[in-house]
Design a protein around this ligand. Sequence first.
Ligand SMILES: CC(C)(COP(=O)(O)OP(=O)(O)OC[C@H]1O[C@@H](n2cnc3c(N)ncnc32)[C@H](O)[C@@H]1OP(=O)(O)O)[C@@H](O)C(=O)NCCC(=O)NCCS
Length: 333
Amino acid sequence: MTRPTLTQSTGPAHTRILGIGGVRGENLVTNDEIAGPIDSSDEWIRQRTGIVTRARAGAETDVLDLAEQAARRAVEHAGLTGADIDAVILSTVTYFHQTPAGAAIIADRIGATPAAAFDISAACAGYCYGIGQADALVRSGAARHVLVIGAEKMSDFIDPTDRSISFLLGDGAGAVVIGPSDTPGIGPTVWGSDGGQAQAIRQTHSWKETQTGAGWPTLRQEGQSVFKWAVWQMAPVAQKAMDAAGVTADDIEAFIPHQANMRIIDQMIKQLKLPETVVVARDIADTGNTSAASIPLATERLLREGKVSSGALALQIGFGAGLVYAAQVVVLP
Ligand SMILES: CC(C)(COP(=O)(O)OP(=O)(O)OC[C@H]1O[C@@H](n2cnc3c(N)ncnc32)[C@H](O)[C@@H]1OP(=O)(O)O)[C@@H](O)C(=O)NCCC(=O)NCCS
């Protein structure tokens, strides 16, 4: 028998971010409000992390509510409607359901049905993982418009007495729409993982263990190891993303790293030798660390406040629990 040759899909040569939207938890929680149970202080937290407040959502708001609001804003900013979206990728580590995927629910809520929809678990690298996938889906012809959402209600997984990570965390969601472009708008994604360091940032115990009395799980990290890993190993990843995109530090207009710690951001700037003219996202000071939401939220803010303009070249890098990381150079919407 003669087997037919399959048709494989192909898509447009280039992609870009068409629209962006973001939403933060409505309560700005000060350092003084959380310092007591961890025997810390406003001064210590500001000096060691750069955080002044963290945005936290109220009890009545869940992570999908945040995701939906950001998604609606991104789709509108792109000049599209839900019906134009072919795929929804939701990156989150704070959605309560193992199944079904939150992305399918968001697709339904915004009128994107029957868009393909799935969740990804790549923690603080999740937004950049999503951008890499969306870019590939559009260029392969698998989808024309992909909605990428990073959404977290981190406050659902904090322990107020934990000194290692809880005090850093905030709530929010950021979303973008990726679609076809006449010119290149998303550089190659440089990404990877190091599961040998899976314990460095982790959930205290598994869902299975909650059945045997372990209680509600929260997050913990080995702060110093994560700090060193981020400072020494992530700058080379960001450099590779610039190399792969064919640009140098002098071409970059905005640096938008994951908002983990102001000292990590400052160290990365030094190692990458970014000129002083580069606008640096420092949203962590007000918003805290919102994991998958941090990069799109920081990007949305730079654009909204007019610190960078549409069309600017931005270097973005996400890194976190896994350990996992991803970076790319993008043209801002
Ligand atoms: C968590 C972090 C702020 C802790 O800061 P650090 O400078 O590494 O703190 P250390 O663990 O070295 O502890 C230094 C001192 O501060 C104290 N300390 C630790 N956490 C504290 C806290 N939350 N408040 C007050 N004091 C604290 C320690 O007890 C220690 O005191 P000592 O010198 O008297 O023994 C820092 O490690 C960090 O930001 N790591 C990376 C975090 C990150 O980015 N995570 C997310 C990645 S996605």
